[in-house]
Design a protein around this ligand. Structure first.
Ligand code: HEC
Length: 393
């Protein structure tokens, strides 16, 4: 029953997280689009920075951006902050429901480091808080004025963090904590800098004063940082579906490559928005992604290593029974899962055969199943499973 409730909690919170996340990133993309496409020259009133016509959903829209604040601040002023806050809160809740609640299965990989649940959760939360502190200090230092250097140092720190986490936690927990770290930095940027900056702007506009431009400048800097973080963070949130990324021996390197490609693509779009044509960013990102495809290619050495000895169906059933059935069965005995995860029930040979590609990806290549290796599957058993799958191809 408990596992069933947790599954529904997971479902509802994840659903909410997706919805608020889409609303947040969607609004942020929309405002970038506006900035890039405002008419800033033709037939503008003196007080305007730009305007824009659009057609959408069967209606025409007309929008104006002011150079400074308007004469009077309208009563109904939309802020766009709850999307960000709820994305952050639901994301953290999800982290607790999926990862911290079942830390043994999801956070710890004894072959990486035999941590206790408390240690693993401590590392997770410590990473998020520590990273925010370092990032915020960097933003408050003079480093922030040198954009390129700032970007390079941030990226290197992030890669170092990824390297560190993949050597402490299970690979998927390491990935998701990098995602959570970036995501929470983005939310805290909104909470601590962007919205307070806007509040000061509005307050001084109401008093009829010219707002101190430094607040706007700081908010803009954080906004730009958030903009560059969107593509990497969105990949990480779906990374759990792709065992060839986090299941790779050098999972940190794969993630570094993907983050770099994502940031380069974002940068290309930003330049294009400013009508600057760049010729190397997209080819660079594509080449990087193609080299990742090649780098993560699974090696099929299972048969060679076993001297082509035939593995029997009986042996495989035994391995699966011992290592998988506690979760992947019509009646799981696991205390964590009351229903077979992903509906995969390996109760008979035909089902195992039907899912052999997935099993190969998860258990032989990426070695991320059994989850947290709670059933202590060894290398020899993985090789046998791999050869048997190759024999049945
Ligand atoms: C402790 C429970 C547990 C054990 C034991 C376990 N699994 Fe899983 N398995 C899971 C969970 C949970 C998921 C879903 C992961 C996710 O949400 O991405 C999963 C997913 C999978 C998937 C599907 C992945 C996908 O995204 O399509 C395969 C294939 C798989 N397991 C194979 C195995 C094999 C083979 C074994 C035994 C060698 C095994 N599992 C042992 C819990 C377990």
């Amino acid at each position: 029953m408990e596992a069933h409730i947790v599954e529904w909690l997971n479902l509802l919170v994840r659903w909410g997280h997706m919805i608020t996340g889409i609303a947040w990133i969607g609004a942020s993309f929309y405002f970038i689009f506006l900035e890039n496409n405002l008419n800033r020259t033709k037939n503008l009133r003196e007080e305007l920075a730009g305007n824009l016509w659009a057609v959408h959903g069967g209606g025409f829209y007309y929008l104006e951006k002011y150079k400074n604040s308007p004469q009077t601040i309208p009563k109904d002023l939309h802020w766009f902050k709850w999307e960000a806050y709820f994305t952050g809160l639901s994301g953290f809740a999800l982290l607790c429901i999926v990862y911290y609640y079942n830390a043994n299965a999801y956070m710890i990989d004894p072959s990486v480091m035999a941590l206790t649940s408390t240690q693993a959760i401590g590392i997770g939360i410590g990473t998020i808080i520590g990273s925010w502190i370092v990032y915020d200090l960097m933003c408050k230092s003079s480093l922030v004025k040198q954009q390129k250097l700032f970007a390079m140092i941030s990226f290197l720190l992030l890669v170092a963090l990824t390297y560190g986490l993949t050597h402490l936690l299970s690979a998927r927990a390491a990935y998701i904590h990098i995602g959570a770290t970036i995501g929470i930095i983005m939310v805290l940027n909104v909470f601590f800098v962007i919205i307070p900056g806007q509040k000061i702007m509005v307050a001084s506009a109401i008093k009829g004063e010219v707002p101190d431009p430094s607040y706007g400048q700081k908010a803009l800097t954080r906004s730009i940082h958030n903009n560059y973080m969107t593509l990497p963070v969105l990949f990480i949130m779906i990374s759990n579906h792709f065992p060839s990324t986090f299941g790779n021996e050098n999972a940190w390197l794969v993630l570094a490559g993907i983050m770099l490609a994502g940031t380069a693509i974002r940068h290309w779009f930003n330049l294009r928005g400013k009508k600057i044509t760049n010729y190397w960013l997209l080819p660079f990102a594509s080449a990087l992604l193609v080299s990742l495809v090649i780098y993560t290619k699974p090696e099929s050495k299972a048969i060679e290593q076993l001297n082509t000895k035939k593995v029997s169906d009986m042996e495989i059933m035994q391995i699966i029974n011992q290592h998988c059935i506690s979760c992947h069965s019509s009646k799981p005995t696991s205390t964590v899962f009351s229903q077979a995860p992903k509906g995969l029930m390996f109760d008979n040979l035909n089902i195992i055969l039907a899912n052999k590609e997935k099993i190969n990806a998860q258990t032989v290549n990426a070695q991320i199943m059994p989850l947290g290796n709670t059933t202590k599957m060894n290398e020899d058993e993985r090789l046998k499973l791999g050869s048997w799958i190759e024999q049945n191809n």
